[in-house]
Design a protein around this ligand. Structure first.
Ligand code: SAH
Length: 214
């Protein structure tokens, strides 16, 4: 086996052993190479199951967490998905393989610009990336079938709950501090919202307003 094939096999093995079992999610993560979403020295570590630093003091999430969040979102090929927290663009790229259309927003213009470049290079034409404060959602594109928030909020933001379709699902890390956060799945029913607590996680915070580079 080539070193590349072996690395890929280990990457998928790590995902499975951490509980990523959904075949479509595993296929998407096999297809989308994580390396182009990482710059400089850290690209060497692209296939390790760990978060890594990206520009603007942010992080690209750990692959197994990307897999578990994507799995919890239960995306289908008909879905219009909003991701809040583009970061490197890796999570949006995974979603693009499963959804009809992905909108992704980040408060840092630089991250959005760099992510767009990778989406173009990989020909991921069903992703649209915006610089915006994602805690307000994207009113012009709403409502969404699925919403994934990849930064931790104190509570699921009200505008995002409002922009979820009935029958829709939102996955969001929620916590009061950097140390203790829970991944929550919110399902919107005609009669109201149902909340499931999925697992402990650790994300950078959801911050209001645009980044200084914007
Ligand atoms: N999903 C990313 C990782 C996200 S890191 C990936 O796959 O690489 C969290 C991101 O959320 C950071 O890039 C940060 O800038 C962004 N963020 C934080 N608060 C935000 C807000 N209010 N609106 C939009 N983006 C926000």
């Amino acid at each position: 086996m080539t070193a590349d094939a072996e690395r890929k096999m280990q990457f998928l093995y790590a995902l499975r052993s951490k509980g990523v079992t959904d075949t479509a999610v595993l296929q998407a993560m096999e297809k989308i190479d994580r390396a182009p979403f990482i710059r400089g020295y850290f690209t060497e570590r692209a296939y390790e199951d760990m978060p890594l630093p990206i520009a603007c003091g942010q992080t690209i999430s750990q692959p197994s967490v990307v897999g578990l969040m994507t799995q919890a979102l239960q995306v289908s090929g008909r879905d219009k998905v909003l991701e809040v927290g583009t970061g490197s663009g890796y999570q949006a790229a995974i979603l693009s393989q499963l959804a009809r259309r992905v909108y992704t927003v980040d408060r840092h213009m630089r991250l959005v610009r760099e992510a767009r470049r990778v989406f173009d290079a990989l020909d991921l034409t069903n992703i649209t990336a915006f610089t915006a404060d994602g805690s307000h959602g994207l009113p012009d594109q709403a409502p969404f079938d699925r919403i994934l928030v990849t930064a931790a909020a104190e509570d699921p933001p009200g505008p995002l709950l409002a922009q979820l379709k009935i029958g829709g699902i939102m996955v969001v890390p929620v916590g009061q501090s950097d140390a203790v956060q829970s991944l929550i799945r919110v399902t919107r029913h005609a009669s109201g919202y149902e909340y499931d607590e999925l697992r402990p996680v650790r994300f950078v915070p959801l911050v209001e307003g645009l980044g200084k580079d914007s």
